[in-house]
Design a protein around this ligand. Structure first.
Ligand SMILES: C[S@@+](CC[C@H](N)C(=O)[O-])C[C@H]1O[C@@H](n2cnc3c(N)ncnc32)[C@H](O)[C@@H]1O
Length: 280
């Protein structure tokens, strides 16, 4: 992990013929340019977005867009920033975080050896990691903790380090927690998170499809990230999460997600959105 101190809108599925060849050339070219393997993402949605970016940037096809990206590093960087979908908020799906707070964290903490280790994989601008930092700071059962928060998108990681959240990001945060963990409201209704939260979070760049994973985690949160991936890429990631957890550790997935072939990979169901690695 490298530490860091959204048309044409007409296509609904995979292209055919010349358009398909063009799409594949574009994906291969981007992988060569910046290492992002677009071929692992579901084509329908990804292709719509790519063609939209290209059109908005003034290009009629993906070939000419790729040529322009090769020549202009800042255009390539802004392409990478926009290619990933960064939507998030604090306490996203609040009832799930209630379950995490009430049942999951106390259970994991009682079996954790020493420092509690959590990983927010695909953390976007940090809302999920700051949410976990609040819950672990408040948990009586947790004496010390470390959170790794990683994303493929450098631009959002910079925002994550800064820890400023909009009014929309904060809508599920209780008034008590707003007072305790956030600064005064700015003119737009946003607030900065207390620096003590950021000090327990290590933000870093990590591509879930190719980079090394943190190991020995008590809890991995990977929510609303792999929904954009093809099934074989999802399988690979869930197998690697299994290895990255300590025995007894848990994986927390998004509210529309499930691990296909979970039992075959060794996962035990530990709640609707939680999967556990057996103790032994
Ligand atoms: C919709 S956000 C999810 C944020 C947060 N987990 C949540 O549920 O609110 C999806 C994030 O996944 C990241 N992402 C996409 N592909 C990735 C990859 N291959 N490796 C790591 N992160 C990736 C995107 O950059 C984006 O920030």
């Amino acid at each position: 992990m490298n530490p860091v101190m959204a048309t044409s809108g007409l296509q609904t599925g995979a292209s055919t013929g010349a358009a398909q060849d063009e799409y594949e050339r574009f994906c291969a070219g981007i992988e060569r340019l910046c290492g992002v393997a677009l071929a692992h993402y579901r084509q329908g949605q990804m292709e719509r977005r790519l063609r939209t970016f290209a059109a908005r940037s003034g290009f009629h096809d993906l070939d000419s867009y790729l040529e322009a990206l090769k020549k202009d590093p800042s255009a390539l960087e802004s392409f990478q920033d926009r290619m990933t979908i960064n939507v998030s908020e604090l306490f996203r799906n609040p009832e799930r975080f209630k379950e995490l707070e009430r049942d999951v964290i106390p259970r994991l903490a009682s079996a954790s050896s020493g420092r509690f280790k959590a990983w927010s994989a695909g953390c976007s601008y940090g809302a999920e990691a700051y949410t976990v930092a609040i819950l672990l700071s408040e948990a009586r059962e947790v004496s010390s903790f470390q959170i790794d928060a990683t994303d493929i998108d450098k631009g959002v990681l910079q925002r994550a380090v800064e820890g400023r959240f909009s009014q929309q990001d904060l809508r599920n945060v209780s008034p008590d927690r707003l007072r305790r963990w956030f600064g005064d409201q700015d003119d737009d209704g946003g607030r900065a998170a207390d620096r003590s939260l950021a000090s327990s979070i290590r933000f870093g760049e990590l591509n879930l499809l190719s980079d090394r994973y943190p190991q020995g985690c008590d809890l991995i949160l990977c929510r609303n990230v792999v929904i954009y991936f093809k099934d074989d890429a999802k399988d690979l990631i869930y197998r690697r999460f299994f290895e990255a957890l300590r025995p007894g550790g848990l994986l927390f997935v998004g509210s529309t997600e499930r691990v296909a072939n979970a039992a075959e990979m060794g996962w035990e169901k530990a709640g609707t959105f939680f999967y556990g690695k057996p103790e032994s």
